[in-house]
Ligand binder design. Structure first.
Ligand SMILES: CCCCCCCCCCCCCC(=O)SCCNC(=O)CCNC(=O)[C@H](O)C(C)(C)COP(=O)(O)OP(=O)(O)OC[C@H]1O[C@@H](n2cnc3c(N)ncnc32)[C@H](O)[C@@H]1OP(=O)(O)O
Length: 161
């Protein structure tokens, strides 16, 4: 019987620059929502995502995110679900940062360009409206003029919270 040993791939990725634009102020997500957001932002030195949050001059939430080798989908590029997870977290968090205690009810994403791995990109978010329990947040993952994914996110406030 042939025994094939499981191969363990260990990528060693060096430090990445997640610094913000001029005028951005660091934003402490765990201080606002607790430490539960481990899937996307829980491993600041890991090989999945590395994330740093900011508010821009208009107080909108921004994120600098590095998509590491463990987010791979199409060869050499990010999995669409990896981009979706980022948009879920950042756009939901944007509603929290604007004072709404929400979960994401609907997330509608268009994937516009393949996102190369080990790229540092920006996630922009804008709170569009808040009416009753519904908070609409728009956002996109981009680098310069290139948009990798854009999303409309309907957040619903949690009753009784
Ligand atoms: C628990 C503590 C959480 C702490 C989190 C901290 C970190 C968070 C950081 C954030 C980052 C992480 C982010 C994440 O990862 S959040 C994780 C991913 N999201 C979820 O798992 C959410 C699961 N879904 C739910 O919990 C419920 O369905 C919610 C709460 C959303 C609504 O169920 P609920 O029974 O409460 O309300 P309702 O059904 O009476 O609806 C109320 C209104 O909303 C409208 N509507 C509802 N759904 C949709 C929809 N899909 N499209 C269009 N509309 C929708 C509905 O028509 C109605 O409108 P109207 O008829 O009044 O006009």
């Amino acid at each position: 019987m042939r025994v094939v040993k499981k191969k363990v791939l260990v990528d060693v990725c060096g430090p990445v620059d997640l610094s913000g634009d001029e005028g951005w102020v660091a934003f402490d997500a765990p201080a606002l929502v607790g430490a539960s957001l481990r899937f996307v932002s829980g491993e600041p030195d890991g090989n999945r995502y590395r994330v740093r949050y900011y508010r821009d001059a208009e107080q909108q939430l921004r994120a600098r995110i590095w998509f590491g080798p463990e987010t791979e989908g199409p060869p050499g590029h990010s999995h669409g679900g990896a981009m979706a997870a980022v948009l879920d977290e950042v756009l939901g968090l944007a509603a929290w940062a604007a004072g709404h205690r929400v979960v994401v009810g609907n997330l509608n994403i268009s994937f516009r360009n393949l996102l190369p791995l080990e790229e540092v990109v920006t996630v922009e978010s804008t709170v569009i409206s808040a009416a009753g329990r519904k908070v609409m947040v728009h956002g996109r993952i981009c680098l310069g003029e290139t948009v990798f994914a854009e999303a409309e996110c309907l957040c619903i406030t949690l009753p009784g919270k």
